[in-house]
Design a protein around this ligand. Structure first.
Ligand SMILES: [Zn+2]
Length: 192
């Protein structure tokens, strides 16, 4: 059985990355947990995954917008650069869909609705090798390969969230649903 534990160090780094690169989701409330049992998708180890926060968890965990789970072993073994890359990737799946309430004076969004979005590109290196950059998304991806690496911000641990046995049970019960939901949300956009 999979056990989930609080991951305050992941959350701290995630918050820094969101503030630096994802201003549209800065009001989003993330619930961040380590998982101990490795999960595989299409034969590959899942380092981290994000989904809409399951409402069943609200009574024990409080209201949140997203649930981010991270493979603890992979996290411990990863370099700081790779951790930042993974969290920037997961944050990129999260986007603001609607502003519910704005600050009366500054106009800044204070309460929003959020949803999940898919990857810019899903393709095979061998196919790109044979056919070149056939889509705008692939051209953008090739251009982005020139970019500077993301600087690694210091991570300050926060330890104000705990996962209860009740949460564990719910999380284990929704695993299949979780896989299906993530696939549903992230598999929709296809390269033309
Ligand atoms: Zn992804």
């Amino acid at each position: 059985m999979t056990t989930y534990t609080p991951a305050p160090e992941v959350e701290a780094l995630l918050m820094q990355i969101v503030r630096a690169h994802h201003p549209d989701i800065k009001t989003a409330r993330f619930y961040v947990l380590f998982r101990d049992v490795p999960k595989f998708s299409k034969g590959k180890l899942v380092f981290a995954s994000v989904k809409k926060f399951p409402p069943e968890l609200t009574p024990s965990a409080g209201e949140h917008d997203f649930l981010l789970t991270v493979n603890e072993k992979a996290w411990r073994e990863a370099t700081p650069e790779h951790r930042a890359y993974v969290l920037d990737h997961e944050a990129s799946h999260c986007q603001q869909s609607k502003v519910i309430e704005s600050h009366p004076e500054t106009g800044e969004a204070v309460r929003c609705e959020f949803n999940l979005t898919g990857h810019d590109v899903e393709d095979f290196a061998s196919v790109i090798g044979r056919h070149g950059l056939q889509t705008e998304e692939l051209e953008n991806m090739a251009a982005a390969c020139q970019q500077m690496p993301l600087p690694f911000p210091d991570s300050a641990a926060r330890n104000d969230r705990y996962s209860t046995p009740e949460e564990q049970a719910i999380l284990n019960g929704i695993e299949d649903w979780e896989e299906e939901t993530v696939r549903q949300y992230t598999g929709l956009r296809r390269v033309k």
